[in-house]
Write a new protein. Structure first.
Length: 139
């Protein structure tokens, strides 16, 4: 009964997964849940999140705090079993790597920030300084 209720509420890719299961598994609630977890659960998605992190760059018009927050969220998804300290260190490293300006990236790296928030604060200050210098040069 529970398996039928669950199956009746599936949509999109989850419904397509249902069609690929043998009849016995479609009627077994626990087998159905297991198949859905294997396909859509966090454990099967960690590789995807890690790949997204490796290729993450700052988007046009994305603020540095937005970038830092997004990276913290992605790191939590990519490394769900890592300690808080490890996730913080990874987020900081990914943040520095995602900075588009190589000079700012190098300077933030050189300061050896301990947290992603510290790295973000330093990057914001450096970016503001760089913009101010450019305006002075244009005057």
């Amino acid at each position: 009964m529970r398996a039928m209720q669950l199956a009746a509420n599936l949509r999109g890719q989850a419904q397509a997964l249902l069609a690929d299961l043998p009849e016995q598994e479609r009627q077994n609630y626990y087998a159905l849940v297991k198949a859905l977890q294997q396909r859509f659960g966090a454990e099967s998605q960690t590789g995807l999140y890690k790949a997204l992190l490796r290729n993450r760059v700052r988007k046009t018009n994305e603020t540095l705090p937005e970038l830092a927050q997004d990276l913290k969220r992605q790191v939590a998804r990519a490394y769900p079993d890592a300690s808080v300290a490890m996730r913080e260190a990874l987020a900081k490293d990914y943040f520095i790597d995602a900075l588009s300006d190589p000079d700012i990236r190098w300077r933030v790296f050189q300061t050896r920030p301990k947290t992603v928030q510290e790295a973000c604060t330093i990057a914001v200050e450096m970016e503001a300084f760089s913009m101010a210098e450019q305006k002075k040069g244009a005057s």
